[in-house]
Design a protein around this ligand. Structure first.
Ligand code: LMR
Length: 331
């Protein structure tokens, strides 16, 4: 009897010591990204931290590193795989080394608007892409919107031929590279943190971004024109290291999953308004003329860029492209 009680006591003691250790050692999640805080992704990361702080009793601590302050474009994916950062949200243009299918999001003029992008992301085909990199150690937790991309330059771009010979900054994406080659322009891969300086010094003459990235990086101060093309999308996949995620205690993982789902809804609700606000701020700054295309002019851009689809159809899959096109029809 005594023996049993002593054993039970020892067991209870060790459990409470383990409990204390857990309380003393919260799980740390570093969330790194490359944009400013007043952007859809920047706001999403902060909201995630806030809700974890409020709801998880100190079991998890989130540290947010904006503006490439921990890892920039070239390094963040590698850092995630090494366990040096636990959550990142790269733009969908930055996954080509891990899966060719995600290149679908870069195909020019594939989605009519951000609502079509949303419908595709929520479709079975879109959701399947979240788990398509697990064999490489990357788990997708959700899609966050930024918005549709506009073309900026120091030259007024009305017809596709206006872009000929200009140097455009591109993200590390073969599709985006080909998109500018189709215009007979010169694409230059450059990390996000270097774009402002690249535009300022003339290393590149133009770029493609949603209004929120243009405004928050002050690119409008060094770009005289923005042509509202809405020719492609810049959205994000929130990703984590698969081993880290699967190694979390079940209750912690499910609480984090629920919080992320809530943050995703909020980010995706706010992103369009944030972009429109930043468009207005650019207009108010008076530095940059916003060029609106007629439907016929926009059609010319579509025709000039469309040949890119054929080049990547083999890698992406014709069926996946069809599924994405179908998302242009509201149910
Ligand atoms: C870019 O490199 O232009 C974007 O991916 C930056 C971002 O994360 O929005």
């Amino acid at each position: 009897m005594f023996k049993f009680t002593a054993k039970a006591l020892a067991c209870a003691l060790s459990l409470s010591i383990a409990g204390m250790a857990q309380a003393a050692d919260p799980i740390t999640i570093k969330f790194a990204h490359v944009v400013a805080e007043h952007t859809p992704k920047g706001q999403g990361a902060l909201l995630f931290k806030k809700l974890v702080d409020e709801r998880m009793d100190g079991k998890v601590t989130v540290q947010v590193y904006p503006n490439s302050s921990l890892f920039g474009d070239g390094k963040e994916m590698e850092a995630l795989l090494l366990g040096d950062v636990q959550i990142i949200a790269p733009s969908l243009a930055k996954f080509e080394h891990y899966t060719k299918q995600i290149q679908i999001f870069d195909l020019p003029f594939l989605f009519n608007d951000i609502n079509a992008v949303d419908r595709f992301q929520q479709s079975p085909e879109g959701k399947a892409l979240l788990t398509s990199m697990e064999s490489k150690g990357i788990t997708g937790l959700g899609y966050w919107h930024n918005g549709m991309k506009q073309l900026s330059a120091n030259k007024k771009l009305v017809e596709p031929k206006d872009a000929r010979g200009l140097k455009f900054r591109v993200q590390a994406s073969a599709v985006l590279d080909e998109q500018f080659k189709a215009l007979r322009a010169a694409p230059r891969k450059m990390s996000f943190a270097e774009v402002y300086q690249g535009l300022q010094t003339g290393v590149v003459n133009g770029a493609e971004n949603p209004y929120s990235n243009i405004y928050s990086q002050k690119m409008h101060e060094v770009q005289k024109f923005i042509t509202e093309t809405d020719h492609g999308v810049l959205d994000y996949m929130v990703i984590t290291n698969t081993k880290f995620w699967e190694g979390l205690p079940e209750d912690v993982r499910s609480e984090l999953t629920a919080i992320l789902a809530e943050v995703t809804i909020e980010v995706n609700k706010q992103a369009e308004a944030l972009n429109q606000k930043d468009k207005q701020r650019i207009i108010d700054a008076g530095t940059t003329e916003i060029v609106t295309l007629t439907p016929e002019q926009r059609e010319e851009w579509r025709e000039a860029m469309r040949p890119v689809w054929k080049k990547f159809e083999g890698e992406i899959g014709a069926d996946l492209i069809k599924a994405a096109e179908a998302a242009n029809q509201a149910n």
